[in-house]
Design a protein around this ligand. Structure first.
Ligand SMILES: [Zn+2]
Length: 540
C-alpha cells in the first residue's frame, strides 16, 4: 500500500471537487506549516441517530482533508458534537417516548440513553457513529461541546458576544421579519436548578455575571461565566464563536444553513465583525435520498438510515465511492434495489481502469477523472496492484448455492489471494445481506437437495431432465460451455420440447422455482456432481 502523492508523476491536474476545494483553501487562507495546520470542521447535534445525509457532510470534509494531505499540507480535522444543544423534540424512531418527553428543554447531554447503556442519549448517538466512521477510513478529532461549555472554555467568547450585543442584534435582525425583542440577550441559560433552558436573562452583572430567572421552577440567580456551566450561545452566535476559537478554515453546510439569510450568512458577519475571524471556505451539500429497500429502509417513513445500515449492503470502498463520485451540491440516491449490483459493477470498472493507465495524454485526462475517484474511495491507502475482483452477480449466485457460507465460496473459487481476502469477505457479507433482505423474489433461490425427493414435473419433460443429468455426469466441465449447450439443445429437439418448458423443468428440479440464473453458466458453477445428483433421478 502506498499513499500516493497525486501531484507527482505525469498526471494532469485533478478536476475532482475535493481537489478544487483544497486548492481554494490554500489560495484563500495562505500557506501553512506544521505548527499552524489548516482546520477543517464538521459537526452535528446528536439529537437522534446520525443519518446517512449527515454522513455526507463528514465525508465531504474528509475528502477535502485528504486532498490537502495529498498536497503535503498540514491539516487538523475536527468533528464537533454539539451535545450542549437543547433537546427539542423526541425523534419518532426512539423507544421510551414518554420518558424522553420529560427531558425536553434540557441539554441533550443530560438526557438518558434509551437505546443502550451509554452515559447519555447524546453519548449513545455519538459512540454509534464514532464506531462506524473508522470502517470507512474516517478518523477525525472529536470535540465535545457540552464538555467545553461546562468547563467554561468559552467564557471569553461569550463575554465578547455580550459586549457586542447590539452589533449582533443588527446582524440577526437584517434577516428577520420581526425584530428581536428589546429585552433580548445573545446568550441562553440552562437553569442550575431544573436544567431547562426555560429561562429569561434579566441583566448582565459586571464583566462576567449573568443574572437570570427560570420560568419553570422560579429559580433566580447570578452566575459567573468563568465558572458556571449554565450559559451557552445560541446556534447563530455559537457557530462563529467556535470558528474563531478553533481557527476554522473550511466547513461545508447543508441547504438549511446555506439558504439566503440562513445561519451561514449571519455567522459570516458575526465571525468577521465580532470575533475577528475571516469566515471559513465553504460549499453547500445537498440531500441524500434512499431508493428501494422494500419499506425496510426509508427515511420518509420516519425510520432513519444510518452509515451502519448502508455498510450492511455496501463494502466500505463502495460507500466512499458513492459520495466521492457525486458532486456535493447535487442530490443523489443510495439504492437498495437492483441498482446495488450496478453500483458494484461501476466501481469494479473504475478499479480495472485505474490499473490500466494509458500513455496517450488525451486519454490520460479522461483516465484521471475516474482514477482520482478510485483513489479517494480507498479506505487504507491505494493497492499497488489490481485487487482480486469477483463480479457481484456471480458472487450472489455462488453465495446462494453455498447457503451464504463465505468459507465455502472461497474454497470453491480456490484463487482468492490472502492479501485480498478481507475485501472479498467484506463484499461477500454485503452481497449475502442484500440477497436475503432486498433482492427481488425472482433473484433468490436455494439449491434443492436429493434427500428432499423429486418435484412434480410432467413425464415427457422429466425424461428429458433426466437425460440432461446423465449428460452432465459424463460431459459437464469437460468441454467449452457452448459445446455443452449444443448437446443440451439436442436433447430438447429429440424430445420435441419447447425450450422454455424444458428450462422451467430444469430450474424446478434444481431450485424449486421456474426461473433462475442463466442456465448453462449456472450448471457449470454447480458442477457435474451436483447437477447429475439433482437431475438424473427424473429419468428413472
Ligand atoms: Zn428551573
Amino acid at each position: 500500500m502506498t499513499n500516493l502523492d497525486t501531484q507527482q508523476s505525469n498526471r494532469p491536474l485533478s478536476t475532482h471537487w475535493a481537489d478544487i476545494t483544497a486548492d481554494k483553501i490554500i489560495r484563500e487562507r495562505g500557506e501553512r506549516n506544521a505548527s499552524q495546520p489548516y482546520v477543517c470542521a464538521s459537526g452535528i447535534t446528536p439529537s437522534g441517530t446520525v443519518h446517512i445525509g449527515n454522513f455526507r457532510e463528514i465525508i465531504s470534509v474528509e475528502l477535502v482533508v485528504r486532498a490537502l494531505k495529498d498536497r503535503g499540507m498540514p491539516v487538523r480535522f475536527i468533528y464537533s458534537w454539539d451535545d450542549y444543544d437543547v433537546f427539542r423534540k423526541v425523534p419518532a424512531n426512539m423507544p421510551r417516548q414518554e420518558e424522553l418527553k420529560g427531558y425536553l428543554r434540557q441539554p441533550i447531554t443530560l438526557v438518558p440513553d434509551v437505546l443502550g447503556n451509554d452515559a447519555s442519549y447524546a453519548a449513545h448517538n455519538e459512540k454509534t457513529l464514532e464506531k462506524a466512521l473508522p470502517i470507512v477510513g474516517i478518523n477525525p478529532e472529536y470535540l465535545y461541546q457540552a464538555e467545553n461549555y461546562r468547563a467554561s472554555k468559552y467564557a471569553e467568547g461569550i463575554k465578547t458576544a455580550l459586549d457586542n450585543k447590539e452589533t449582533i442584534r443588527k446582524q440577526l435582525d437584517a434577516h428577520r421579519t420581526t425584530p428581536l425583542p428589546q429585552d433580548w440577550w445573545p446568550v441562553s441559560v440552562f437553569c442550575m436548578s431544573c436544567n431547562k433552558d426555560t429561562t429569561k436573562v434579566l441583566d448582565r452583572k459586571d464583566t462576567y455575571g449573568v443574572h437570570y430567572k427560570c420560568e419553570s421552577c422560579g429559580n433566580e440567580e447570578t452566575v459567573d461565566l468563568r465558572s458556571t456551566p449554565a450559559v451557552k450561545l445560541p446556534w447563530r452566535i455559537d457557530w462563529p464563536m467556535r470558528w474563531a476559537e478553533e481557527g476554522v478554515d473550511f466547513e461545508p453546510a447543508g441547504k438549511d444553513h446555506h439558504s439566503e439569510g440562513g445561519s451561514f450568512d449571519t455567522a459570516k458577519l458575526t465571525s468577521q465583525e465580532v470575533f475577528g475571524h475571516t469566515p471559513p471556505v465553504t460549499f453547500q451539500y445537498d440531500f441524500v435520498r434512499i431508493k428501494g429497500g422494500s419499506g425496510k429502509l426509508s427515511s420518509s417513513s420516519g425510520e432513519v438510515v444510518s452509515l451502519s445500515d448502508v455498510l450492511r449492503y455496501y463494502q466500505p470502498e463502495l460507500v466512499r465511492y458513492l459520495f466521492t463520485g457525486t458532486r456535493p451540491n447535487s442530490e443523489f440516491a443510495i439504492s437498495f434495489d437492483l441498482d446495488v449490483l450496478k453500483n458494484y459493477e461501476d466501481y469494479d470498472k473504475i478499479e480495472r481502469n485505474y490499473f490500466n493507465k494509458p500513455e496517450n495524454l488525451k486519454k490520460l485526462k479522461k483516465w484521471e477523472k475516474d482514477a482520482r475517484i478510485y483513489e479517494l474511495s480507498q479506505v487504507n491507502g491505494i493497492p499497488e496492484t489490481m485487487p482480486y475482483q469477483i463480479q457481484i452477480r456471480h458472487l450472489t449466485t455462488l453465495l446462494q448455492i453455498h447457503s451464504g457460507k463465505i468459507d465455502a465460496v472461497i474454497d470453491y473459487l480456490g484463487d482468492v489471494p490472502s492479501c485480498d481476502e478481507d475485501r472479498f469477505r467484506s463484499r461477500a457479507a454485503c452481497a449475502w445481506n442484500w440477497v436475503q433482505e432486498f433482492a427481488p423474489e425472482d433473484f433468490r433461490f436455494a439449491l434443492r437437495s436429493p434427500s428432499e425427493g423429486l418435484m412434480e414435473i410432467k413425464p415427457e419433460l422429466a425424461k428429458a431432465v433426466g437425460e440432461l443429468g446423465k449428460l452432465a455426469a459424463e460431459k459437464l466441465g469437460t468441454m467449452p460451455e457452448k459445446e455443452f449447450s449444443n448437446l443440451m439443445y439436442d436433447i430438447i429437439h429429440e424430445h420435441n420440447l419447447e425450450s422454455g418448458d424444458f428450462f422451467t423443468a430444469v430450474y424446478t428440479a434444481l431450485i424449486g422455482k421456474e426461473k433462475g440464473p442463466r442456465l448453462i453458466n449456472f450448471l457449470h458453477i454447480l458442477g457435474k456432481d451436483v447437477v447429475s445428483s439433482l437431475l438424473e433421478p427424473y429419468g428413472k
